[in-house]
Design a protein around this ligand. Structure first.
Ligand code: ASP
Length: 258
Protein backbone atom coordinates (compact mmCIF):
# COMPACT_ATOMS: atom_id res chain seq x y z
CA UNK A 1 0.00 0.00 0.00
CA UNK A 2 2.86 2.32 0.84
CA UNK A 3 4.39 1.61 -2.56
CA UNK A 4 1.06 2.30 -4.18
CA UNK A 5 0.83 5.63 -2.46
CA UNK A 6 4.37 6.57 -3.45
CA UNK A 7 3.63 5.69 -7.03
CA UNK A 8 0.44 7.68 -6.91
CA UNK A 9 2.19 10.73 -5.48
CA UNK A 10 4.93 10.43 -8.04
CA UNK A 11 2.41 10.27 -10.85
CA UNK A 12 0.44 13.22 -9.53
CA UNK A 13 3.57 15.31 -9.38
CA UNK A 14 4.45 14.46 -12.93
CA UNK A 15 1.03 15.07 -14.40
CA UNK A 16 0.87 17.66 -17.14
CA UNK A 17 -2.42 19.25 -18.01
CA UNK A 18 -3.28 21.66 -20.76
CA UNK A 19 -6.14 23.96 -19.92
CA UNK A 20 -7.98 25.96 -22.52
CA UNK A 21 -10.27 28.86 -21.68
CA UNK A 22 -12.64 30.28 -24.25
CA UNK A 23 -13.71 33.84 -24.91
CA UNK A 24 -16.56 34.15 -22.43
CA UNK A 25 -14.33 32.63 -19.71
CA UNK A 26 -11.89 35.49 -20.30
CA UNK A 27 -14.29 38.29 -21.17
CA UNK A 28 -13.41 40.63 -18.28
CA UNK A 29 -11.31 41.03 -15.13
CA UNK A 30 -13.78 39.10 -13.01
CA UNK A 31 -13.58 36.12 -15.34
CA UNK A 32 -9.77 36.32 -15.24
CA UNK A 33 -9.99 35.91 -11.46
CA UNK A 34 -12.04 32.72 -11.78
CA UNK A 35 -9.58 31.36 -14.31
CA UNK A 36 -6.67 32.06 -11.97
CA UNK A 37 -8.46 30.22 -9.15
CA UNK A 38 -9.00 27.19 -11.37
CA UNK A 39 -5.36 27.13 -12.47
CA UNK A 40 -4.01 27.58 -8.96
CA UNK A 41 -6.22 24.77 -7.66
CA UNK A 42 -4.06 22.21 -9.44
CA UNK A 43 -0.29 22.42 -9.90
CA UNK A 44 -0.37 20.17 -12.93
CA UNK A 45 -2.23 22.86 -14.88
CA UNK A 46 1.02 24.10 -16.35
CA UNK A 47 0.08 25.27 -19.82
CA UNK A 48 -2.81 27.50 -20.72
CA UNK A 49 -4.32 28.22 -24.12
CA UNK A 50 -6.57 31.25 -24.34
CA UNK A 51 -9.13 32.80 -26.67
CA UNK A 52 -9.76 36.49 -27.24
CA UNK A 53 -12.27 38.16 -24.87
CA UNK A 54 -15.79 37.10 -25.79
CA UNK A 55 -19.18 38.52 -24.89
CA UNK A 56 -19.73 39.82 -21.36
CA UNK A 57 -23.50 39.81 -21.86
CA UNK A 58 -26.05 39.04 -24.57
CA UNK A 59 -25.68 42.25 -26.58
CA UNK A 60 -21.91 42.55 -26.24
CA UNK A 61 -19.39 42.06 -29.07
CA UNK A 62 -16.65 39.48 -29.26
CA UNK A 63 -13.23 41.10 -29.65
CA UNK A 64 -12.50 38.88 -32.68
CA UNK A 65 -15.64 40.19 -34.42
CA UNK A 66 -14.56 43.77 -33.70
CA UNK A 67 -11.10 43.08 -35.08
CA UNK A 68 -12.62 41.63 -38.21
CA UNK A 69 -14.73 44.76 -38.52
CA UNK A 70 -11.56 46.88 -38.20
CA UNK A 71 -9.95 44.93 -40.99
CA UNK A 72 -12.96 45.35 -43.26
CA UNK A 73 -13.21 49.08 -42.58
CA UNK A 74 -9.48 49.63 -43.10
CA UNK A 75 -9.45 47.61 -46.32
CA UNK A 76 -12.29 49.81 -47.67
CA UNK A 77 -10.40 52.93 -46.67
CA UNK A 78 -12.98 53.76 -44.02
CA UNK A 79 -12.25 54.92 -40.48
CA UNK A 80 -11.50 51.96 -38.23
CA UNK A 81 -10.12 53.94 -35.29
CA UNK A 82 -13.34 54.08 -33.31
CA UNK A 83 -13.68 50.29 -33.34
CA UNK A 84 -10.01 49.83 -32.49
CA UNK A 85 -10.42 52.26 -29.58
CA UNK A 86 -13.29 50.16 -28.25
CA UNK A 87 -11.09 47.08 -28.38
CA UNK A 88 -8.30 48.91 -26.59
CA UNK A 89 -10.74 50.00 -23.88
CA UNK A 90 -11.79 46.39 -23.27
CA UNK A 91 -8.21 45.28 -22.74
CA UNK A 92 -7.42 48.40 -20.78
CA UNK A 93 -10.18 47.72 -18.26
CA UNK A 94 -8.79 44.21 -17.61
CA UNK A 95 -5.29 45.70 -17.35
CA UNK A 96 -6.47 48.37 -14.89
CA UNK A 97 -8.76 46.22 -12.74
CA UNK A 98 -6.09 43.57 -12.29
CA UNK A 99 -3.33 46.13 -11.89
CA UNK A 100 -1.18 44.48 -14.52
CA UNK A 101 0.68 47.59 -15.68
CA UNK A 102 1.07 46.42 -19.28
CA UNK A 103 1.86 49.21 -21.77
CA UNK A 104 -1.18 48.57 -23.95
CA UNK A 105 -0.97 51.98 -25.63
CA UNK A 106 2.38 50.95 -27.04
CA UNK A 107 1.00 47.62 -28.29
CA UNK A 108 -2.00 49.34 -29.89
CA UNK A 109 0.28 51.92 -31.55
CA UNK A 110 2.10 49.02 -33.16
CA UNK A 111 -1.17 47.44 -34.34
CA UNK A 112 -2.29 50.78 -35.79
CA UNK A 113 1.03 51.20 -37.53
CA UNK A 114 0.69 47.72 -39.05
CA UNK A 115 -2.89 48.43 -40.22
CA UNK A 116 -1.68 51.61 -41.93
CA UNK A 117 0.93 49.49 -43.67
CA UNK A 118 -1.57 46.98 -45.02
CA UNK A 119 -1.58 44.29 -42.31
CA UNK A 120 -3.31 41.06 -43.31
CA UNK A 121 -6.72 39.93 -42.08
CA UNK A 122 -5.14 36.99 -40.24
CA UNK A 123 -2.72 39.30 -38.43
CA UNK A 124 -5.46 41.63 -37.29
CA UNK A 125 -8.05 39.07 -36.18
CA UNK A 126 -5.43 37.14 -34.24
CA UNK A 127 -4.53 40.16 -32.08
CA UNK A 128 -7.37 39.35 -29.65
CA UNK A 129 -5.76 36.08 -28.59
CA UNK A 130 -2.30 37.64 -28.71
CA UNK A 131 -3.16 40.51 -26.35
CA UNK A 132 -5.30 38.38 -24.05
CA UNK A 133 -2.42 35.92 -23.79
CA UNK A 134 -0.04 38.69 -22.75
CA UNK A 135 -2.47 39.90 -20.06
CA UNK A 136 -3.21 36.41 -18.77
CA UNK A 137 0.46 35.40 -18.64
CA UNK A 138 1.27 38.49 -16.58
CA UNK A 139 -1.66 37.85 -14.26
CA UNK A 140 -0.72 34.21 -13.69
CA UNK A 141 3.01 34.92 -13.60
CA UNK A 142 3.47 32.39 -16.41
CA UNK A 143 5.64 32.85 -19.47
CA UNK A 144 3.96 34.16 -22.63
CA UNK A 145 4.82 32.04 -25.65
CA UNK A 146 3.76 33.67 -28.91
CA UNK A 147 1.93 31.11 -31.05
CA UNK A 148 3.62 32.40 -34.22
CA UNK A 149 6.94 31.04 -32.93
CA UNK A 150 5.67 27.54 -32.20
CA UNK A 151 2.57 26.77 -34.31
CA UNK A 152 3.76 26.44 -37.89
CA UNK A 153 1.83 26.16 -41.13
CA UNK A 154 2.99 24.87 -44.51
CA UNK A 155 2.79 26.84 -47.72
CA UNK A 156 -0.51 25.14 -48.65
CA UNK A 157 -2.12 26.43 -45.44
CA UNK A 158 -2.04 23.10 -43.61
CA UNK A 159 -0.45 22.64 -40.23
CA UNK A 160 3.19 21.55 -40.26
CA UNK A 161 2.64 19.10 -37.44
CA UNK A 162 6.18 17.70 -37.19
CA UNK A 163 7.80 21.13 -36.95
CA UNK A 164 5.06 22.38 -34.60
CA UNK A 165 5.52 19.45 -32.26
CA UNK A 166 9.28 19.89 -32.21
CA UNK A 167 9.14 23.64 -31.57
CA UNK A 168 6.33 23.45 -29.03
CA UNK A 169 7.78 20.68 -26.91
CA UNK A 170 11.20 22.31 -26.82
CA UNK A 171 9.85 25.76 -26.01
CA UNK A 172 7.38 24.62 -23.36
CA UNK A 173 9.91 22.42 -21.64
CA UNK A 174 12.09 25.50 -21.26
CA UNK A 175 9.22 27.65 -20.03
CA UNK A 176 7.88 25.33 -17.30
CA UNK A 177 4.58 27.21 -17.11
CA UNK A 178 3.23 29.12 -20.06
CA UNK A 179 0.31 30.80 -21.76
CA UNK A 180 -0.03 30.19 -25.50
CA UNK A 181 -2.61 32.25 -27.39
CA UNK A 182 -4.99 30.09 -29.40
CA UNK A 183 -6.33 30.39 -32.96
CA UNK A 184 -3.17 31.29 -34.89
CA UNK A 185 0.38 30.46 -35.87
CA UNK A 186 2.61 31.46 -38.76
CA UNK A 187 3.88 30.19 -42.09
CA UNK A 188 7.45 29.65 -43.23
CA UNK A 189 7.90 33.36 -43.94
CA UNK A 190 6.57 34.31 -40.53
CA UNK A 191 3.20 35.59 -41.82
CA UNK A 192 0.33 35.02 -39.39
CA UNK A 193 -2.07 32.21 -40.32
CA UNK A 194 -5.29 31.48 -38.42
CA UNK A 195 -7.41 28.38 -37.99
CA UNK A 196 -11.10 28.71 -38.77
CA UNK A 197 -13.31 30.55 -36.25
CA UNK A 198 -13.39 28.85 -32.87
CA UNK A 199 -9.90 27.50 -33.59
CA UNK A 200 -8.43 28.01 -30.12
CA UNK A 201 -9.78 24.58 -29.27
CA UNK A 202 -7.56 23.18 -32.00
CA UNK A 203 -4.52 25.00 -30.61
CA UNK A 204 -5.33 23.44 -27.23
CA UNK A 205 -5.32 19.94 -28.66
CA UNK A 206 -2.12 20.57 -30.64
CA UNK A 207 -0.33 21.79 -27.50
CA UNK A 208 -1.67 18.82 -25.50
CA UNK A 209 -0.44 16.41 -28.14
CA UNK A 210 2.98 18.04 -28.53
CA UNK A 211 3.88 17.81 -24.87
CA UNK A 212 2.18 14.41 -24.36
CA UNK A 213 -0.16 15.87 -21.79
CA UNK A 214 -2.00 13.55 -19.44
CA UNK A 215 -5.14 15.57 -19.85
CA UNK A 216 -6.53 18.32 -22.05
CA UNK A 217 -9.12 20.32 -20.13
CA UNK A 218 -11.33 22.52 -22.23
CA UNK A 219 -13.11 24.86 -19.83
CA UNK A 220 -16.20 26.89 -20.40
CA UNK A 221 -18.02 29.28 -18.13
CA UNK A 222 -21.16 27.38 -17.23
CA UNK A 223 -21.57 25.23 -14.13
CA UNK A 224 -22.88 22.23 -16.06
CA UNK A 225 -25.12 21.02 -18.84
CA UNK A 226 -28.58 22.45 -18.21
CA UNK A 227 -31.78 20.56 -18.88
CA UNK A 228 -33.23 23.49 -20.85
CA UNK A 229 -32.11 26.67 -22.60
CA UNK A 230 -31.71 29.35 -19.87
CA UNK A 231 -32.71 32.02 -22.40
CA UNK A 232 -36.16 30.43 -22.52
CA UNK A 233 -36.64 28.65 -19.19
CA UNK A 234 -35.85 30.42 -15.95
CA UNK A 235 -33.23 28.75 -13.77
CA UNK A 236 -33.13 25.29 -15.33
CA UNK A 237 -31.44 22.57 -13.27
CA UNK A 238 -28.11 21.17 -14.43
CA UNK A 239 -28.13 17.51 -15.50
CA UNK A 240 -26.72 15.22 -12.85
CA UNK A 241 -25.30 12.76 -15.30
CA UNK A 242 -25.01 12.44 -19.05
CA UNK A 243 -23.46 9.75 -21.22
CA UNK A 244 -21.01 10.47 -23.99
CA UNK A 245 -23.53 9.18 -26.53
CA UNK A 246 -26.28 11.47 -25.26
CA UNK A 247 -23.90 14.39 -25.27
CA UNK A 248 -22.90 13.68 -28.85
CA UNK A 249 -26.52 13.50 -29.90
CA UNK A 250 -27.31 16.79 -28.17
CA UNK A 251 -24.41 18.48 -29.95
CA UNK A 252 -25.63 17.18 -33.32
CA UNK A 253 -28.99 18.67 -32.48
CA UNK A 254 -27.32 22.03 -31.91
CA UNK A 255 -26.79 22.25 -28.13
CA UNK A 256 -24.22 25.06 -28.04
CA UNK A 257 -22.05 24.29 -24.99
CA UNK A 258 -20.65 20.91 -24.13
N1 ASP B 1 -11.43 34.16 -31.08
C1 ASP B 1 -11.63 33.26 -32.19
C2 ASP B 1 -13.10 33.25 -32.58
O1 ASP B 1 -13.88 34.03 -32.05
C3 ASP B 1 -11.10 31.89 -31.93
C4 ASP B 1 -11.64 31.20 -30.70
O2 ASP B 1 -12.21 31.82 -29.82
O3 ASP B 1 -11.45 29.98 -30.59
O4 ASP B 1 -13.46 32.51 -33.44
Amino acid sequence: RFMDECLYLYMEEDMKKIVKFGGSSLADANQFKKVKDIIQEDESRKFVVCSAPGKRHGKDNKVTDLLLMCYQLASHDLGYEEVLDQIEMRFQSINDELDLGIALDFLFEEIKHNIENGASEAYLVSRGEYLNGILLAKYLDFEFVDACEVIKFKEDGRLNSELTEELLSERLKKAGNAVVPGFFGSDEEGNIVTFSRGGSDITGSIVADAIHADLYENWTDVPGFLIADPNIVENPEPMGKVTHKELRELSYMGAPVI
